[in-house]
Design a protein around this ligand. Structure first.
Ligand code: GUN
Length: 284
């Protein structure tokens, strides 16, 4: 039976630390401010944005939401980003992805001031992560690392397998595990012997975006399993990328869905926004 790593508990601790530091910062005349842009009415994005705003209120940040219609032209979105870049009371800017198809996500990511890029999606921040000298860590991979640390799991020397190679999760996840001296393999849709590679993992991170993709026969006895997925199963119930019922009996540690990696992403966003505010105030 696996020990459940609770993202609910660990994220509450992270947010409490951020809240305490935000109080101290406010006494120095700085209140962290996060601007969240959402374009269109994707229901999942709406839930994420609401949760981000709620977290801001919990830790004492000011948050501003910019809800733009789906048909917003590219120039208008870029103009908003530029205005927010210039605002001294806004320390973090986040544009919720995915954007409607007619918009150029890359151009929007490039337009955000890297010092306000609390998602760590800008190429300058991605590059800094590569060399291990960064201002911000991408929220979801950083949240996974926080869970690994909270459970007291040593990464050094372990075989780590990341399923998924997205810019948001898979690639930076692999880099963070490498920074802690894991031996990292990245798997993706073209990987030939996926099951065998996964069976070699001491630490397995699933970031595929497919419900219950990781089955019991893909996991080594005693592996640590971290599930980044947020999907709906055939009955419309929330589930991860890991078939929890099959994998839990084999794993030594596992994250649940919901209540695992999800809440960590938001807690790490709060941490990044706090860092951005401190940097802007010359306190970092
Ligand atoms: N869409 C899914 N995950 C994320 C995230 O971490 N940040 C942003 N901006 N959009 C997302």
């Amino acid at each position: 039976m696996a020990t459940i790593i609770s993202g609910k508990e660990v994220s509450a601790k992270v947010k409490e630390e951020v809240r305490a530091e935000c109080d101290r910062l406010r006494q120095q005349g700085v209140t962290p401010g996060l601007a969240v842009i959402i374009v269109g009415d994707d229901p999942a994005s709406r839930v994420y944005v609401n949760n981000k705003k709620k977290a801001c209120a919990e830790v004492g940040f000011v948050s501003e939401e910019y809800a733009l219609p789906a048909e917003t032209p590219q120039e208008e979105l870029l103009a908003l980003v530029n205005t927010l870049n210039r605002r001294q009371d806004i320390h973090g800017i986040l544009c919720q992805l995915p954007l409607p198809k007619h918009l150029d996500e890359t151009a929007v990511i490039h337009a955000i001031d890297p010092k306000k890029d609390v998602d760590a999606f800008h190429p300058s921040n991605v590059g800094k992560i590569m060399i291990g000298d960064y201002d911000f860590l991408p929220c979801t991979p950083a949240g996974v690392m926080e869970l690994i640390h909270a459970a007291g799991i040593e990464v050094s020397g372990k075989s780590c397998v990341v399923i998924g190679r997205s810019n948001i999760v898979g690639k930076p996840m692999a880099m963070l595990l490498l920074h802690e001296n894991g031996t990292v393999t990245i798997c993706h849709s073209k990987t030939r012997n996926l099951k065998e590679i996964c069976l070699g993992a001491d630490i397995l991170v699933a970031a595929v975006g497919r419900p219950k993709f990781v089955k019991g026969d893909m996991v080594k006895e005693g592996a640590v399993v971290l599930d980044v997925g947020i999907n709906r199963d055939e009955n419309g119930k929330l589930c991860g990328d890991v078939d929890y019922a099959e994998v839990e009996p084999k794993a030594s540690y596992i994250t649940p869905v919901p209540g695992g990696v999800g809440p960590m992403t938001i807690a790490m966003l709060m941490k990044n926004t706090l860092s951005a505010a401190k940097m802007a105030a010359g306190l970092l």
